[in-house]
Design a protein around this ligand. Sequence first.
Ligand SMILES: NC(=O)c1ccc[n+]([C@@H]2O[C@H](COP(=O)([O-])OP(=O)(O)OC[C@H]3O[C@@H](n4cnc5c(N)ncnc54)[C@H](OP(=O)(O)O)[C@@H]3O)[C@@H](O)[C@H]2O)c1
Length: 325
Amino acid sequence: MHAWLCETLDGADALRWQALPMPQPQPGEVRIAVKAASLNFPDLLIVQGKYQFKPPLPFVPGAEYAGTVDAVGEGVKHLRVGMPVAAIAGTGGFGTHACVDASRVLPLPPGFAIDDGAAFAFTYGTSHHALIDRAQLKSGETVLVLGAAGGVGTAALQIAKAAGAKVIAAASSDEKCALCMQLGADATLNYSTQDVRATLKTLTDGKGPDVVYDPVGGDLAEPVFRAIAWRGRYLVIGFAGGGIPALPWNLALLKGASVVGVFWGDFVKREPKASAAALAQLAQWYAQGLIKPVIDQRLPMSELRAAYTRMGSRQVRGKLLLVNP
Ligand SMILES: NC(=O)c1ccc[n+]([C@@H]2O[C@H](COP(=O)([O-])OP(=O)(O)OC[C@H]3O[C@@H](n4cnc5c(N)ncnc54)[C@H](OP(=O)(O)O)[C@@H]3O)[C@@H](O)[C@H]2O)c1
């Protein structure tokens, strides 16, 4: 087998594509022949030691992947050799094979494409937990999605539409905004060129968005929070822009608004039944054609460094896949 090995926390340039002994699954584990892995923003952070989860060195990065089970460890009952599966494992996906705890493996339902399985649970799970669970989004409400052309952003846009909401998709270029319109957004906001507060006022008849989905953070947060509707919910998803915003709390008072934290990884661990129910609803929406991962590019697994560069320079639209032949 081959895999990208992270031996020092010096970023993607320090990763090495190495031949490794084929791993054998331990009790409770399965081995997966990886067909595709997707890149998530935390994959950029973890190889720099900047993510909240810090695996011991050396490790193989790649939080999310899909393929077929090719060996089953002792005690695993619900997975068999040959089954198509997706894994949310935190690490291990950027290679040809990976051993993983069976509890982190989801069998793919019939009709679920393996490439889509590699690009699904992380982003759609996060966005479903955020919008449906944490924000209690109601049909007819208006959602503003920041970074709407990115991984979690495209998932949030599709989920908000599936839930009957109106979506304002916000992104940093006209090209990204055009993609969001193709994906069903009702309106767009280019935050590189347009006045954020004035545009949101016009687009919502002065009322403001009911829910804000923010995976970007930085300087955008305050003008957006100032535009939020009465009883608005501001979802704190992440800080891809780099800066962690600090807000004057009087703004929350004046709008009767809530700042709502979202941590999907802990939600899955702490509330496994609720997480399984959310994934079941997402699988149903997928089968109905209401949601589908937007694939930016499929790069060979050997081109992982180019994939990291593309994500780090804000070029990815939807999800970037690394595929094995
Ligand atoms: N809370 C949770 O449970 C959870 C779960 C999953 C992910 N996340 C977080 O969500 C964020 C997005 O993850 P993702 O996988 O969707 O990433 P992504 O596909 O790269 O999307 C991030 C978006 O952020 C915007 N952005 C602004 N400044 C950026 C910069 N300097 N570098 C890169 N992007 C920048 C970009 O949109 P524009 O160019 O349009 O601005 C980009 O499309 C990350 O912070 C991640 O850690 C949180």
